[in-house]
Ligand binder design. Structure first.
Ligand SMILES: [Zn+2]
Length: 472
């Protein structure tokens, strides 16, 4: 396999650039993670999947042990505090519970575990240290139990989002507060009331603002300057702009991260997803309920559906797209030998199911790699995959994208077994015994095959009874 040069689109420069890590033996990426107070919605799944593909690609290019991927967990925030208070539990109990589900959901989407998943509440000391540096260097000031970042103190504030101060004022929900010197100044630390979570600090008992959390956690785990910072396009302003302001001013650096990558928006069936429109859907609901399209969807289908659109383009999340993704998975599953097709007709051109062509000169994996190395062109990679006929090439290429066809096939089998309750199985067994008694072997075989297709194996005992078990 050749190793193509990786090119990524950098929001900082608005151009596609060749990726050159600071240290190829220690490639470092930070991606803003979830605020764990409720189930993550499907829009949150997009950066999880996109940056997982990048993580896999970096591991492939530089060696797994040379890549560090940090995805944080925001476990203190006003929404978390309010929800925990409502339920009468601690924020740790709430965030542990939510994080547990989040980790299961992300695993179902086929994502590798990041190298580190730091929690904000375990990095308060680093946040305080950064804030102290900012105050000492004249970039922040304490007032009324708050500490604020002094935006006019940073001449190139707004460099990432390329907005003027006036535009930023219009775009941000600017809170006018008596303790602020400038309207754009943002909170680094705020006071906590007695019944709110809080930590002792030089400015009294309080809690961090959201932006400072990421500056502290990326610093703690990746250093003052690192390679890639990722997140959704909605985070460019103000969150990422403010992360840059904090980290660059605290450490006296020009850059926080060399490459800033942002995934595009997600809408559902052509409309913006919102709770009021009733089209709000969580990853958990897609995996475990029939809320979207009247059925459950396996994680592999969700992942593939997400990768059919280039990560920088807006994506329309539709039932049709999920169905199409599933069709591709079934086709590939049949080619690899993981899925049995039940004659629904995928047309011809399945390649060679016997695996002939092993070790041939086909360069399917290389072309898939080339597509991914070109700013994660997953739609092109998938188009190439549809033309790959060699079983091994197909398998290797799918794994590069983190698409586990065997795991999809297992899901199908388990769901089929579930669709038969014990009463129905017993009824079919009795019907089969009756067919055998009247020497209707065709009907007897048909029933056995029907159950086998649902993952249920029959065993005819010497005493004339039939027992069954679920095959795995
Ligand atoms: Zn962040």
């Amino acid at each position: 396999m050749s190793t193509p040069a990786l090119k990524i689109y950098n929001t900082l420069t608005r151009t596609k650039e060749e990726f050159r890590p600071i240290d190829p033996a220690h490639v470092r990426m930070y991606v803003c993670g979830p605020t764990v107070y409720d189930y993550a919605h499907i829009g949150n799944a997009r950066p999880l999947i996109v940056f997982d593909v990048l993580f896999r690609l970096l591991r492939h290019l530089y060696g797994a042990e040379h890549v560090a991927y940090v995805r944080n967990i925001t476990d203190v925030d006003d929404k978390i505090n309010a929800r925990a208070f409502e339920r009468g539990i601690s924020i740790r109990e709430l965030t542990d519970e939510t994080n547990k589900v989040f980790q299961q959901d992300v695993k179902a989407l086929g994502c590798l575990e990041p190298t580190v998943q730091p929690r904000a509440t375990e990095h308060i000391a680093q946040m305080v240290a950064i804030i102290e540096r900012l105050i000492a260097s004249g970039h922040a000031y304490a007032a009324d139990g708050h500490v604020l970042f002094d935006v006019p103190s940073m001449p190139n504030y707004g460099r990432l989002s390329r907005r003027s101060l006036d535009e930023m004022m219009a775009g941000a929900r600017v809170d006018v507060a008596p303790y602020k010197r400038g309207d754009m100044d943002f909170v680094l630390w705020k006071p906590s009331k007695e019944n709110e979570p809080g930590w002792d600090s030089p400015w009294g008992r309080g809690r961090p603002g959201w932006h400072i959390e990421c500056s502290a956690m990326s610093w703690a785990h990746l250093g003052e300057t690192f390679d890639i910072h990722g997140g959704g396009i909605d985070l460019v302003f103000p969150h990422h702009e403010n992360e840059i302001a904090q980290s660059c001013c605290a450490f006296g650096r020009d850059v926080m991260a060399n490459y800033w990558m942002h995934n595009g928006f997600l809408q559902v069936e052509g409309e913006k997803m919102s709770k009021s429109l009733g089209n709000f859907v969580t990853i958990h609901e897609l995996l475990h309920t029939d809320k979207f399209g009247g059925r459950k969807w396996p994680g592999e289908v969700l992942r593939l559906a997400m990768l059919r659109t280039h990560y920088r383009q807006p994506i329309d999340w539709t039932v049709k797209a999920l169905e199409e993704a599933e069709l591709s998975l079934r086709k590939w599953g049949a080619e690899i030998g993981a899925v049995e097709l039940d004659g629904e007709g995928f047309g011809s051109g399945f390649g060679s199911p016997d695996g002939s062509g092993y070790g041939g000169g086909f360069t399917g994996v290389d072309t898939v790699m080339d597509a991914l190395a070109d700013d994660l062109n997953t739609p092109l990679a998938l188009t190439i995959l549809h033309a790959v006929e060699n079983k091994r090439e197909l398998d290797v290429s799918l794994k590069l994208l983190g698409i586990d066809v065997q795991s999809y096939a297992d899901w199908v089998q388990i769901e089929k077994s579930r669709s038969f309750d014990e009463g129905a199985i017993d009824m079919l067994i009795r019907a089969r015994l009756a067919a055998r008694a009247s020497k209707n072997w065709a009907e007897s075989d048909r029933i056995r095959d029907e159950l086998a297709a649902a993952g249920i194996a029959l065993k005819d005992n010497k005493d004339g009874t039939t027992t069954w078990e679920v095959k795995r």
